[in-house]
Design a protein. Structure first.
Length: 558
């Protein structure tokens, strides 16, 4: 039966059978699949069945639905193994009846041949009597031990790129085992499939693929498969691929090792060997040495992979560190001093770099304020944030905030991808009479907490930036009276979730500011962050959090 599987953080997974004609997914508990993720819309997506096929349909979600990292448009037909990404969740669509093959096999059939010998891990290194004549039985043992020692000294000590490692492994395998062809396959992709990384042949006939069923059995069951005489199998011997290549015997062993940080054996691929020779087919005696070489090779391959990943990780970390420094330099270092007003502002990205932006600038008679949130997170959002800042700085001195917002929108539209947008709040406070003119481009409404405890939401404006090239914005106006507090914030503040799957929300934010409205701007800002920690203790922030507080100081008592 078709189903959806999702892996949890502890490695366990749960599965939901797709029994009905449609299954809804979203943040709300009235969905068939409820996922408490702030990046999901309340009703985010739907899987709908038509005849024998299933389709993913995005229900107009804010952040979109993705199949194999491509954004779903309208409705997308699902295939077995498709990765569905909704917010921070990764789900897999599985339909066992339509599971694809690794590829059309050119050696044995889809079923493992009945004459195949299977060796488990415990049997791989058992003593096997040679099935061919050897002048000196001890010579075979000495040659095997010598090759294993040579393999260990070459592979485990020297550091070389993976392509060179593959070639060394093939050379040693073909010296140790009388095979005419050999190949190394790694598990790659999602779901992982055996992919040939290197091959070698003494007879000029290269290896294009191996049997799906053989590869699956070797990888899943961690066993060695030996086909000692393919020509004895009536079904195999009559196949065209066997007749054209003349293959007589084959051996397939897993690339497995025990990870230092785990008690479990890991399989990262396999080695495959075959031969056309009649006088020296692959036999039981070849199993231990091929297995031993494969094990040493697997450890080396994994070590090189981890080393390469570590080097790449350090490079990326350095790039991100520099990017974070550049981004910090784009944000206000020192807040302006404005007579009769107290200011505070900060941003706390959930990653090293973020997509939130705030800015302040004071001139002779005005205080300019802005706060924006680029869709997405991380480096890509940070790059778009720099576009927003440059555009805002170029236009926010315009006398009319609505006209300035229209120009900023045009610049953002021309310099951002089609699937990205920016919510933005722009305001100009005349410090002579505390008249506040503002424009809200799809952002959370600014909150004006009156000295007496009343709340005014600043909504006037228009659509988010970057959605349409030409957009019209309405300008709102209000006044900041003595004792009032103006709060601008990004949705990472209100969309904070605790372990009980409760959202902090706008009501929680208003409650904090109302309770602390007689404090200074910095104290209000600090109290908001502390309340978020009390609400969701130890919970990692899932989005950037940015606050901008403007407090109109009370008139001094005469």
């Amino acid at each position: 039966m078709p189903r959806i599987e999702m892996e949890k953080g502890d490695g366990r997974s749960w599965s939901v059978p797709l029994r009905g004609d449609h299954v809804t997914i979203g943040r709300s508990q009235d969905n068939d699949i409820c996922l408490p993720d702030q990046w999901l819309s309340r009703h985010h997506a739907e899987i709908r069945r038509r005849a024998n096929d299933h389709y993913l349909i995005d229900l107009g979600s804010r952040n979109g639905s993705f199949i194999n990292e491509s954004r779903a448009r309208n409705e997308e037909k699902l295939k077995h193994g498709d990765l569905i990404r909704l917010g921070e969740n990764r789900l897999r669509f599985l339909d066992d009846e339509r599971e694809p093959a690794f590829g059309k096999p050119t050696l044995p059939t889809e079923a493992v041949p009945p004459r195949t010998k299977v060796f488990t891990m415990s049997e791989m290194f058992a003593t096997h009597e040679p099935s061919f004549v050897e002048n000196d039985a001890s010579a075979l043992q000495n040659r095997s031990l010598g090759l294993i020692a040579e393999t260990a000294s070459i592979l485990l000590v020297e550091h070389r790129p993976l392509p060179d490692i593959y070639e060394r492994i093939l050379s040693l395998l073909m010296r140790a085992v009388p095979a005419e062809r050999a190949a190394i396959l790694r598990l790659e992709g999602d779901p992982p499939e055996p992919t040939i990384k290197a091959s070698r042949s003494r007879c000029g006939e290269s290896i294009a693929r191996i049997s799906r069923s053989i590869a699956r059995k070797v990888v899943r069951e961690r066993v060695v498969l030996l086909l000692p005489d393919i020509m004895e199998d009536a079904d195999l011997s009559s196949r065209e691929s066997i007749l054209t290549t003349g293959i007589r015997s084959a051996l397939c062993a897993p690339l497995w090792f025990r990870a230092p940080s785990s008690d479990q054996d890991a399989v990262i691929g396999l080695v495959y060997l075959d031969t056309r020779r009649h006088d020296r087919p692959l036999c039981d005696a070849d199993v231990p040495i091929a297995s031993a070489l494969a094990n040493i090779a697997a450890a080396k391959i994994e070590n090189v992979r981890l080393l390469d990943e570590s080097i790449e990780k350090r490079r990326l970390e350095e790039d991100i560190r520099v990017a974070a420094e550049v981004q910090r330099s784009l944000l206000p270092r020192d807040l302006p001093r404005v007579a009769g007003h107290d200011l505070a502002g900060s941003t706390r990205p959930c990653h090293a770099v973020g997509g939130d932006y705030y800015d302040l600038l004071a001139d002779d008679h005005r205080l300019l304020l802005s706060l924006g949130d680029v869709s997405g997170k991380g480096t890509s959002a940070a790059l778009l944030m720099s576009v927003l800042r440059a555009s805002a700085r170029a236009h926010w001195r315009d006398d009319a905030p609505a006209a300035a917002m229209a120009r900023i929108n045009r610049t953002v539209f021309e310099n951002t991808p089609a699937n990205r947008y920016v919510t933005f709040f722009l305001a100009a406070l005349d410090i002579r009479d505390d008249r506040l003119r503002f424009v809200n481009a799809g952002h959370n409404p600014g909150l004006l907490i009156r000295a007496g405890g009343g709340v005014e939401r600043l909504r006037d404006g228009g659509v988010a930036l970057g959605v349409f090239e030409e957009a019209h914005y309405e300008e709102g106006e209000t006044r900041l009276l003595p004792g009032d507090t103006l709060l601008l914030y990004s949705d990472g503040v209100t969309e904070t979730w605790n372990e009980r799957e409760e959202e902090f929300g706008e009501a929680g934010l208003i409650g904090v500011v109302t309770r602390c409205r007689r404090l200074g701007a910095s104290a209000i800002e600090s109290e908001i962050y502390q309340e978020l920690e009390r609400f969701a203790p130890g919970t990692r922030a899932m989005d950037d959090r940015t606050l901008l507080v403007v407090k109109r100081l009370p008139c001094p008592v005469a």
